[in-house]
Design a protein around this ligand. Structure first.
Ligand SMILES: [Ca+2]
Ligand SMILES: [Ca+2]
Ligand SMILES: [Ca+2]
Ligand SMILES: [Ca+2]
Length: 489
């Protein structure tokens, strides 16, 4: 059976299979009701491929961390450089900052930043928050290489110390700081048997797959079950591929069909096509998963509502506030340059997929376009950055660093777009955006944005990258903070 036919079979099976009749009916208006996002360009240069959030200056407001900068919340009109910032030509290879994680690694009350670069090129480092502004941060060597394309920092075993999921020396496991000596290099702890895992492994995540209260490690080839006792050295590996293609990026466990067990969500090929959820179907101790297609290739776009390549960054969060977790995912822009993309000229889109379940239990993820001129890198973060109770979306790609403020279902975006340059809009709540006179049209054109447009053209040309442009330091980078004017759309 070829791949497209396989996908169609899964799709038809999904529609035809009643799963949980007790669920409330799906209201078409609710399923299709848009959530409005206000786009804020935090940076229009390429510094990094990942973005996260956390309170860096301990003022109680969430800040945004992307590459060499942290952006001060809740207004995000000041950014601070914590390691030397060098903008990269977008057509070239990925940057030296693919993932950022915020945690107080030395327990001094100030959140620090862990930065992960390319799998085969960059050691992991964490940067120590000095608690003062105006200086670059001291960096600490963490580990030689972080193998696997989608590391996650999480307290996996509940011992109070976060661990970074990866594989090393042919075994899956984690690296973590040394207790009592956080500035020393981290140690690797193996949980699985030796196998020949590729360093550029696709598809990894964390979730409680067997619902025993302990987080398990999920990889595209199966899942490692965390043992009941922390003294057990090896975790049971439940072998069984999720994606039978290359594999995805971030993977999640979530009870998608509401039958009480944890299903798994993953991209099918992080450099090709596809997004799926995998229904857990237990048979004795041998848990099996059945693939349900959420998004396929271009041939299934009309049937499933969206199609884009390179879904290399995902997050799971409740975007519409209905209590169910939705999927945020976009097209990774030129992962390895234009030649490495099946559709290098397609729009760099960002979507959220609304999780819905009908009266007959039918699960459907309904795609909603957030933006078509930014895309993703390797790490997106769905976080409520302005504490209004709505989950916002952060992205970083070769086109820059972006904040999409969730404005809910009733927001009138024309209020933002029709204002005059230089005019502030404090009535909308933080952040307050203001545009320097003259900057708006020029920057908009450079990013290839049609202001106010929500149309998604399949064949829309990629925004003009400054090919061969000379990397440059940001204006005033050495003297911090840099005040700037976020662009809002
Ligand atoms: Ca803060
Ligand atoms: Ca600290
Ligand atoms: Ca478990
Ligand atoms: Ca389930």
């Amino acid at each position: 059976m070829n791949r497209q036919v396989t996908h169609l079979v899964f799709l038809l099976g999904l529609v035809a299979t009643p799963l949980c009749p007790a669920n409330p009916p799906v209201d078409p208006e609710k399923v299709n009701a848009p959530i409005h996002f206000q786009k804020i360009v935090l940076n229009d240069r390429y510094y990094c491929d990942g973005v996260t959030a956390g309170d860096i200056n301990a003022d109680g407001y969430i800040d945004i961390v992307a590459g060499p900068f942290w952006y001060e919340g809740p207004r995000f009109q000041k950014r601070y450089e914590f390691y030397e910032a060098v903008a990269l030509p977008p057509a070239e290879s990925p940057s030296n900052s693919l993932f950022s994680f915020v945690h107080d690694f030395n327990n001094d009350g100030r959140n620090d930043i862990l930065v992960i670069g390319r799998v085969h090129k960059h050691p992991a480092r964490w940067y120590e928050n000095p608690g003062t502004l105006g200086e670059l941060w001291k960096s600490h060597f963490v580990f030689e290489r972080v193998r696997g394309e989608t590391p996650t920092l999480i307290d996996l075993d509940g011992d109070g110390t976060p661990q970074l999921i990866c594989h090393w020396d042919g075994r899956w496991g984690w690296i973590q700081p040394q207790v009592g000596d956080p500035t020393e290099p981290w140690k690797f702890h193996a949980i699985g048997a030796h196998e020949d895992w590729p360093q550029f492994y696709h598809g990894e995540g964390v979730g409680d797959v067997n619902s025993d209260g302990k987080l398990d490690l999920i990889i595209n080839d199966g899942w490692y079950e965390q043992p009941a006792s922390q003294d057990a050295t090896e975790w049971i590996f439940h072998r069984g591929k999720f994606s039978h293609d290359r594999g995805g990026a971030q993977m999640f466990a979530n009870d998608v069909d509401g039958d009480g067990d944890q299903d798994v969500i993953s991209a099918i090929n992080a450099h090709g096509w596809g997004l799926a959820w995998y229904e857990q179907r237990a048979a004795g101790d041998d848990t099996r998963f059945r693939e349900h297609l959420i998004m396929g290739d271009r041939s299934l776009e009309d049937a499933l509502g969206a199609a884009f390549t390179q879904p290399h960054a995902l997050d799971l969060a409740d975007i519409d506030g209905d209590g169910r977790k939705d999927i945020v995912v976009g097209k990774r822009v030129w992962a390895h340059g234009p030649e490495g993309d099946i559709e290098p000229g397609a729009a760099p889109v960002l979507y959220w997929f609304r999780h819905t379940r009908g009266t007959d239990g039918t699960v459907r993820y309904v795609p909603h376009l957030i933006d078509d001129s930014s895309g993703v890198g390797l790490q997106v973060s769905a976080v409520d950055v302005n504490a209004d109770g709505l989950t916002d979306v952060l992205t970083a790609s070769k086109l820059g660093t972006f904040l999409f403020l969730n404005r809910g279902p009733k927001y009138d975006s024309r209020r933002d777009i029709d204002h005059r340059p230089g005019e502030s809009r404090s009535t909308l709540g933080a952040p307050t955006c203001s545009l320097p006179a003259g900057a708006h049209p020029a920057r908009t054109e450079r990013l290839g944005l049609a202001v106010g447009s929500r149309r998604h053209s399949r064949r829309r040309p990629l925004p003009p990258f400054p090919r061969g442009s000379t990397p440059r330091r940001p204006t005033g980078a050495a003297q911090l903070p840099v005040e700037y004017h976020p662009l809002c759309f």
